[in-house]
Design a protein around this ligand. Structure first.
Ligand code: KG4
Ligand code: ZN
Length: 331
């Protein structure tokens, strides 16, 4: 008998639903909320409202695209933590309602665990153990994956996440939210060594990105008006180079400490072309086996929730209907 899972992701500003059958993703529908660009960042109240508007059509499309009937689904999975509480509540309540109505088991998924396991969606998937650099808008972590359900955080950011470093510096350059993809775009035609910005030094496998933001701010304050617009490509390339250098430096340290030479990247920032290229180039030079998820599985998506739920189902890790979402959650 095949194992079908319907998964829902609503932790931030993407409403997504996916269907996974026997570990294969049959659909992954993502509705992005454009409204936040007007406000320069995600407005939690507006995100919750947009999830309420989007969730029915998104789930319906995912089911139809997978060509299955809801009655044949074996379990309902959802992102339980971490994220914006109001956003998580929409997905949680929706998942619970379907589980209750269909008398199907419920599977709660940790968003950061799911980002790591996005690397298992595409064949060939990495063997265990592997190291994963997870870089998103809310988190930056180096994770040692012993098995799908045994992930160990070796280091993380002590202040801003890598995605925040992209978005906040982009804002200083006058770019709209979310600035990360735009920095990526302009950086492609810029010189990464045109400007030098601060690289914070923090111990062990942890990261700090708040110094970079301050360094860019002080630099721009000393420049004439319109400087950023006139040097956009070089500024973006230099900022991106600084962030990538800090990330890959710690990844090399993690390889040294663990002896693990199988490496993955995950999270929204792993969609960055500069990071993907630098990661693969460094991997070749060092003799690492490298894995990068396709773009649609890097930024927030329900396929990664579905694949995580697939492993949790096989390990009998279910939740009951009393479960609540949590804005913050340790592993
Ligand atoms: O994983 P994600 O979709 O959501 C969170 O869980 O946070 O990550 C979103 C972050 C944002 O900061 C966004 O600017 C960044 O990922 N991002 C990028 C790129 N695409 C998304 N940053 C740099 N280059 C990109 N191409
Ligand atoms: Zn995410």
């Amino acid at each position: 008998m095949s194992l079908s899972i319907l998964a829902i992701e609503s932790s931030c500003d993407e409403t997504s639903a996916a269907v996974c059958v026997d570990g294969k993703i049959l659909s992954n529908i993502i509705a992005t909320q454009a409204i936040h660009a007007e406000y320069g960042g995600v407005v939690p109240e507006l995100a919750s409202r947009a999830h309420i508007q989007n969730i029915v059509p998104v789930v319906d499309t995912a089911i139809k695209k997978a060509n299955i009937s809801l009655a044949n689904v074996n379990a309902i999975a959802f992102t339980q933590a971490p994220g914006l509480l109001g956003s998580l509540l929409v997905g949680t309540q929706f998942a619970k309602s379907i589980a209750l109505a269909l008398a199907k088991p419920l599977i709660a998924v940790h968003h950061m665990q799911a980002h790591v396991l996005a690397n298992l969606i595409i064949e060939p998937a990495p063997q265990f153990p592997f190291l994963c650099l997870t870089v998103s808008g809310g988190h930056t972590q180096i994770v040692l994956a012993h098995s799908p359900l045994n992930l160990e955080v070796l280091g993380e950011t002590i202040d801003d996440a890598a995605g925040e470093a992209f978005d906040k510096t982009a804002k200083l350059l006058g770019l709209p939210y979310p600035g990360g993809p735009l920095v990526d775009k302009y950086a492609q035609s810029g010189n990464p060594h045109a400007f030098k910005f601060a690289q914070s030094q923090v111990p062990e496998l942890n990261f700090s990105f708040s110094g970079l933001k301050t360094s860019v701010l002080y630099f721009l304050q000393k420049q004439p008006p319109n400087f950023a617009a006139a040097h956009m490509n070089d500024l973006c390339a230099s900022i991106q180079y600084t962030i990538i250098t800090m990330l890959l430096h710690k990844l090399q340290l993690a390889v040294k400490q663990t002896g693990v030479k199988r490496l993955c990247i995950a999270g929204g920032v792993s969609a960055n072309k500069g990071l993907r290229h630098a990661f693969e180039t460094l991997g070749k030079e060092k003799g690492w086996e490298t894995f990068i998820p396709p773009f649609e599985y890097c930024t927030d998506n329900a396929a990664m929730i579905a694949i995580t739920a697939y492993y949790k189902y096989r390990a009998n890790q279910f939740s009951d209907l009393s479960i609540s979402p949590s804005a913050r959650a340790s592993w």
